[in-house]
Design a protein around this ligand. Structure first.
Ligand code: NDP
Ligand code: DGY
Length: 328
């Protein structure tokens, strides 16, 4: 980056993978300060650290709202988030202030789709329960109906939000012998033809699917979408999977659906809150598999995400193109 008389001030809310740090160091021209920890920045430190910053590199766990933007002040030109999800950013307020936003679409699609398929299989075929039984002596012999679950062969899968990750999931599931692939969302997707996807109303998807996978973004419209009414329309044998955002699901209603036998099982990579308290009722259930938001967690993906978020930040600081700028 071209050296200017005044260094651009940048605040990073966390340690990020070295691929991103290398790019920022090589660029020069900016004075980088950082919450130098693997744990989230406390709010007071965020409000302090962002003061006078020209650029902010944040994570999905940092709520970037009016208070943070006010604390940053008028210098702030760019916010780069190390995520494809941007529900933690107060976009209306950010737009009003003319601040640009960078994010990390595409580069995490494969890793997240892969993890979602792993979660679906683990949940439907009861893998965590089986592993536990082997360890705790519950495996007494081969029994005809012990630890039976549900298979994908000849099944109907419903994907809520057939975007980049939703398509990645659908592409990976079809070779398992899925018979019908339903999807719902705001608009029909031309590339759905590749997976014989049928664009259907949400109610149809919910009542006809054997597996429901939620991969939409969290918006005002999708918040609490999967509630009592939703679960009550699902088949008793159906498996529910969410790898989008926890707030799409009403967790009390999900708990009720899982304990009453309304649905067969659920697999969640995302919850509200994160982390889910260890005494949360969902964690007492054998038919609920909860992962700690690891959809994009491969070494290479996180490295590429860090590099992309660093480049987005630099592009925004320079008033140049950003490799992945959010248009909003
Ligand atoms: P995309 O923007 O490509 O896809 C989002 C999809 O959500 C779109 O197809 C959109 O459909 C759909 N959608 C929006 N509103 C609704 C609605 N009301 N009902 C149904 N569908 C809706 O994003 P990505 O696929 O890249 O990422 C999706 C989300 O996955 C992210 O926003 C993030 O929250 C989550 N994520 C989670 C990860 C994890 O670690 N578990 C990792 C990465 C992402 P339409 O185009 O018709 O509006
Ligand atoms: C995202 O990018 O939005 C995920 O939740 C984490 O990779």
């Amino acid at each position: 980056m071209k050296r200017s008389a005044h260094l651009m001030k940048v605040f990073l809310t966390r340690r990020i993978p070295p691929e991103g740090m290398k790019i920022l160091s090589a660029a020069g021209g900016c004075e980088v300060s950082q919450w130098d920890s693997d744990e989230p920045v406390p709010r007071t430190e965020l409000l302090r650290g962002v003061q006078g910053a020209h650029g902010l590199l944040c994570l999905l766990s940092d709520k970037i709202d009016t208070e943070v933007l006010d604390a940053a002040g008028p210098n702030l030109k760019v916010i780069s988030t190390l995520s494809v999800g941007f529900d933690h950013l107060a976009l209306d307020e950010i737009k009003k202030r003319g601040i640009r936003v960078g994010y990390t679409p595409d580069v995490l699609t494969d890793a997240t789709a892969e993890l979602t398929v792993a979660l679906l299989l683990a949940t439907a075929r009861r893998l965590p329960e089986g592993v536990q039984e082997v360890k705790n002596g519950g495996w007494s012999s081969w029994k005809p109906l012990w630890l039976c679950g549900y298979g994908l062969s000849a099944s109907t899968v419903g994907v809520i939000g057939l975007g980049r990750i939703g398509m990645g999931i659908a592409r990976r599931l079809m070779p398992f012998g899925v018979k019908r692939l339903l999807y719902s969302g705001r608009t029909a997707k031309p590339d759905a033809a590749e997976v014989n996807g049928e664009f259907v109303p949400l109610d149809t998807l919910v009542s006809e699917s054997d597996f429901i996978v939620v991969s939409c973004s969290l918006t005002a419209e999708t918040q609490g979408l999967c509630d009592k009414a939703f679960f009550s329309k699902m088949k008793n044998t159906a498996v529910f999977i969410n790898s989008s955002r926890g707030a799409v699901v009403n967790q009390e209603d999900l708990y009720e659906a899982l304990t009453s036998g309304q649905i067969a099982a659920a697999g969640l990579d995302v919850t509200t809150p994160e982390p889910l308290p260890t005494n949360h009722p969902l964690l007492t259930l054998k038919n609920c598999v909860v992962l700690p938001h690891i959809g994009s967690a491969t070494y290479s993906t996180r490295g590429v995400m860090a590099a992309l978020s660093a480049r987005n930040l630099l592009g925004g600081l320079q008033g140049a193109d950003m490799p992945s700028e959010l248009k909003f």
